[in-house]
Design a protein around this ligand. Sequence first.
Ligand SMILES: O=C(O)CCC(=O)C(=O)O
Ligand SMILES: [Mn+2]
Length: 253
Amino acid sequence: MERVAAKKTERCPLEEGKEEPEKGDASQEEEEESRKKRPRTEKAETDSNLAEGYHWQKIQAESLDCDYTVLFSREEADSLLFLLAGDLSRVHVYGKWHRIPRKQATYGDEGLTYTFAGLTLSPKPWIPVLEHIRDRVTDVTGHAFNFVLINRYKDGCDHIGEHRDDERELAPKSPIASVSFGACRDFFFRHRDSRGKEPSRPVEVVKLQLAHGSLLMMNHPTNIHWYHSLPVRKGILAPRVNLTFRNIVFSKR
Ligand SMILES: O=C(O)CCC(=O)C(=O)O
Ligand SMILES: [Mn+2]
């Protein structure tokens, strides 16, 4: 696995992270099937469940631990983006009442609830395209997820401000899997000690770019110490859809 300490990338990695499929006659489906059947001992590193056959980049800084790869081929990512964009624009227009600079939707296991803007909400039931992406993430990381938050950014003006994914209902120490489709966008991590006008100490910002079809695993304890954001990029005209797969603890009600 390639290890990179917080570095600035000059251009979008797009599909650079995806290794060529193994040579042979196997179709993409056969390759996926055989990957599913491989025993865990064949995974990338002994201390990790990350699947082989992908170009994983380890992104590390003080208390920051992420793994990045391009998960879907260009063709598959294009068709998933098409399906996701269709579903979201037809069914979910939450922006009207939340006034956020993007559109959001949530899906998850039956019986789950989560709190947003002081409201207790239930996610929609899983749909096949989301199950497909979720299962691929589980397949390559060994982590299962029961909830997904989808953000749709219509262009580079849509953004998300600095925040941590620290909602109370998130299962402690569970990673968050962030899958992106569409426009490649900058993604920044800022350490909590270096925020604001008078930071208590300087810590270098970690800058990534999230490519079409990519997966970013945000592992514990990243979300405790680091805030993340997707800044405005006015030059970007293409849409982007991001899915963050999470684990929510069932609340006893
Ligand atoms: O769009 C992204 O890449 C990030 C989304 C995010 O941070 C969130 O939904 O909490
Ligand atoms: Mn977030």
